[in-house]
Design a protein around this ligand. Sequence first.
Ligand SMILES: *[C@@H]1O[C@H](CO)[C@@H](O)[C@H](O)[C@H]1NC(C)=O
Ligand SMILES: *[C@@H]1O[C@H](CO)[C@@H](O)[C@H](O)[C@H]1NC(C)=O
Ligand SMILES: *[C@@H]1O[C@H](CO)[C@@H](O)[C@H](O)[C@H]1NC(C)=O
Ligand SMILES: *[C@@H]1O[C@H](CO)[C@@H](O)[C@H](O)[C@H]1NC(C)=O
Ligand SMILES: *[C@@H]1O[C@H](CO)[C@@H](O)[C@H](O)[C@H]1NC(C)=O
Ligand SMILES: *[C@@H]1O[C@H](CO)[C@@H](O)[C@H](O)[C@H]1NC(C)=O
Ligand SMILES: *[C@@H]1O[C@H](CO)[C@@H](O)[C@H](O)[C@H]1NC(C)=O
Ligand SMILES: *[C@@H]1O[C@H](CO)[C@@H](O)[C@H](O)[C@H]1NC(C)=O
Ligand SMILES: *[C@@H]1O[C@H](CO)[C@@H](O)[C@H](O)[C@H]1NC(C)=O
Length: 893
Amino acid sequence: MGSCKFSMFSFLCLIIILFVVYGEEISPQLVKERISLLSFKSDVVLDPEGALESWNSSGIHVCNWTGVKCNNASDRVVQLDLSGLSLRGRISPVLANLSSLLVLDLSRNFFEGHIPAELGDLLQLRQLSLSWNLLGGNIPEELGFLHQLVYLDLGNNRLAGDIPAPLFCNGSSSLQYMDLSNNSLTGKIPLNNECKLGALRFLLLWSNRLVGRVPRALSNSSNLEWLDLESNMLSGELPSEIVRKMPKLQFLYLSYNDFVSHDGNTNLEPFFASLVNSSNLQELELAGNNLLGEIPPIIGDLSTNCVQIHLEENILYGSIPSSISNLVNLTLLNLSSNLLNGTIPPELCRMGKLERVYLSNNSLSGEIPAALANISHLGLLDLSKNKLTGSIPDSFAYLSQLRRLFLYENQLSGTIPPSLGQCVNLEILDLSSNDISGTIPSEVAGLRSLKLYLNLSRNHLHGPLPLELSKMDMVLAIDLSSNNLSGTIPPQLGSCIALEYLNLSGNVLEGLLPATIGQLPYLKELDVSSNQLSGNIPQSIEESPTFKHLNFSFNKFSGNISNKGAFSSLTIDSFRGNDGLCGEIKGMPNCQRRNAHLSFILPVLLSLFATPLLCMFAYPLVLRLRFRRQMVILNGGDLGDEDKETKDLKHPRISYRELIEATGGFSASSLIGSGQFGHVYKGVLQDNTRIAVKVLDSKATGEISGSFKRECQVLKRAKHRNLIKIITICSKPDFKAFVLPLMSNGSLEGHLYPSHGLNTGLDLIQLVSICNDVAQGVAYLHHYSPVRVVHCDLKPSNILLDEDMTALVADFGIARLIKGADDSNSTDDSVFLSSSDGLLCGSVGYIAPGQIVSETILTKKLWSQSKSNRDAKEGRKHSIETILETDFICNVL
Ligand SMILES: *[C@@H]1O[C@H](CO)[C@@H](O)[C@H](O)[C@H]1NC(C)=O
Ligand SMILES: *[C@@H]1O[C@H](CO)[C@@H](O)[C@H](O)[C@H]1NC(C)=O
Ligand SMILES: *[C@@H]1O[C@H](CO)[C@@H](O)[C@H](O)[C@H]1NC(C)=O
Ligand SMILES: *[C@@H]1O[C@H](CO)[C@@H](O)[C@H](O)[C@H]1NC(C)=O
Ligand SMILES: *[C@@H]1O[C@H](CO)[C@@H](O)[C@H](O)[C@H]1NC(C)=O
Ligand SMILES: *[C@@H]1O[C@H](CO)[C@@H](O)[C@H](O)[C@H]1NC(C)=O
Ligand SMILES: *[C@@H]1O[C@H](CO)[C@@H](O)[C@H](O)[C@H]1NC(C)=O
Ligand SMILES: *[C@@H]1O[C@H](CO)[C@@H](O)[C@H](O)[C@H]1NC(C)=O
Ligand SMILES: *[C@@H]1O[C@H](CO)[C@@H](O)[C@H](O)[C@H]1NC(C)=O
């Protein structure tokens, strides 16, 4: 019998299935719902991903339309999920006819207009997600009819007006998740004693304009795990009676409201006591509330699961209770911007998982406990703006994870411990405005890891600028101003190629301002005022396209200042107090014509003197024609040549078409050479400029790295009279070429082998002079160019000769552009910088994975503070500038 019943049942099922699958007709109800959906679609004005293309009345079955799900019988639509499809338009009220809908998710689109009140008819609805749209107007109180609702998310819209009371009170008793955050909602949280939100686990109301107290009735929601009321205008005493009833609380965010502490804003103990039983508490945020009182020792009785505590920007006074060290799982402690006094409790070091400690902007005194160095995970330590004395502990050397160390504006004395140089992950070191003396230890100056900034300004440091500073090739800002630093500015500072801000003012530096500073490709601000610098201001600075703020005042500079280039926007204020300066800046004395010859003779004499020495070394190499992969290392090459260079060659746009025209379609008759990387064609542009076009071989271009453009930009900045200038670069996906000026005397190879076509051999003097030129060009590449470049393909055919037989090195850096090419057999790997190594792209990486610290560079105060990972995720009113300047550098190119 049983089996008969069973087969009967299967048979019926089969009939139904066959009907559904093969039947031409669909159920009348579904026909209606299909019409409703099509009507909804007609209000979607933009569907960039074509998500709704499958929605039409012929073709695909409605239950198979994108985002649509039906019930098992395929006669009702039960789910409509169109999240994240970039749809634009209005939400049609016709959705209300999908009466069996359980899930409606339109989040992360561009829906605008109002939330249709008709949605309140969807009585079956379990989940309603309209977050991350552009919805405005009020929340319709009809949503209060949705008694089955479990999940309601209207966050990140432009909703305004009061929260309708029925939403909280008539609404669903099974509601677990309510998110109205980041809108413009006003009024009170409408919750009274009749309301039942017993199932509520998540209540997110942050970033609105809610006022009044946290309603008592919320204490009936004893299942709350996540209560986020941050960034509103809520007032009254901290809601201790409410949170006391929430033993499951994990995240409690009350920051940036107008809460006060108990007993007339004097006592924080009752509030912390009310949290002691919340044994799952992980994050507690009370920042920015004007809370007055001491941090009660009972804070140490909070759950040991606590990982973050934010009490910053209040009026907390007294000392930091050492009991806080019971919170052994804490990773972030922020007590900054209060009135805390006393010493930093050494017990903090028991909190071995601490990653970020902010105690800045208080009145903490005493010495920095050396024991802090036991916190092995410490990545950020901010003790700035206190009254700390004594010296910087030597033990900080053990903080191998330390990325950011802020000790500025204290009364620290002593010297900078050289052991800080062992903090090899340090990105920011700010010791400014203290009483630190001694010299800058070379170990610290050599911290290659510093990718953001070094600020040692306003101390009593003396001695020279360490040459090791040149190793900081990722640092964005260096401020050594207002110390007693002496000696000259080393030209090697030109190796700090990422530098955007350099302040050396208020020291006793003397000598010349090196031309390499002007060649720093990203430098925007340079302040060398109030030193004893002399000589000319290098031409390279005037020619730099990046400079915005320059200050040369109160030095001993001399010479003629134009009002062109970088100087065109400057006023006399940038040049004051330099008696020897004259020129065209308003307020500056006019220049008398001087004898310009003198300034030429010296370099010429020098180079004549140097030539024989150089060539004793290099001449045999020329003869043996074994230039290839020889590293000609030469210290202190002639750098003054930029001065002779005419105006910075603008890099004109030359189209692929123009190149074809110029070279007769890359015809064989214009082919003038071939090399490892491709062919070279000669051509004449329409303006009669004679050019050589070096077309990279398609075999090679296949491997050209993605960073081609960026690297080319840098190579274009490698300017020297003995390097061939790159006029421009033509880059298409399948075609990459360099456009160079055509050299009238061809290559050295042609002269060494007259049979190759050119007539003349070379005499000894010419060879010597050529080899001097080559050595200088190569030395520049190795030591002074914006990126250090190893040629890897130096040979006579790559040495070109202009009209007056000056030798110019060509093809430098091409090896760099081609992935893998010559990497392995480069003779000197320590000099060779791979593309990833030589350039910046500071990583945002912070200690704990997934924690993105977002910050913005400011040059005076330099940096604003970072906020927690959650802020990066959800954001808060404290402005989050997500553009990290280092990323920016990489992107602009
Ligand atoms: C939706 O339902 C209402 C009332 O049942 C009806 O008047 C209306 O025409 C329906 N709309 C569509 C598009 O089916
Ligand atoms: C309906 O959609 C199907 C599949 O996307 C398509 O082949 C058909 O042409 C469409 N019909 C209409 C009338 O748009
Ligand atoms: C939906 O499409 C699948 C295959 O893509 C098909 O097997 C199924 O029968 C379709 N459902 C309906 C209701 O048409
Ligand atoms: C629908 O079918 C699934 C399996 O395909 C089953 O798990 C579920 O219980 C069914 N639901 C109803 C309401 O029949
Ligand atoms: C909410 O409940 C009150 C009384 O409990 C009732 O008067 C009101 O009409 C209801 N409103 C909604 C939208 O359900
Ligand atoms: C909510 O809690 C208050 C006391 O805080 C109580 O008077 C009220 O009856 C509770 N309401 C419900 C619906 O349980
Ligand atoms: C610290 O946190 C971990 C993970 O949350 C937990 O397993 C451990 O018990 C906590 N330690 C203490 C002392 O509570
Ligand atoms: C800290 O400040 C309080 C007053 O707010 C004062 O009574 C106390 O002596 C101070 N303690 C120290 C160590 O300065
Ligand atoms: C708040 O919502 C706006 C859109 O209204 C969005 O642009 C912004 O990113 C949101 N803020 C956060 C922190 O999520």
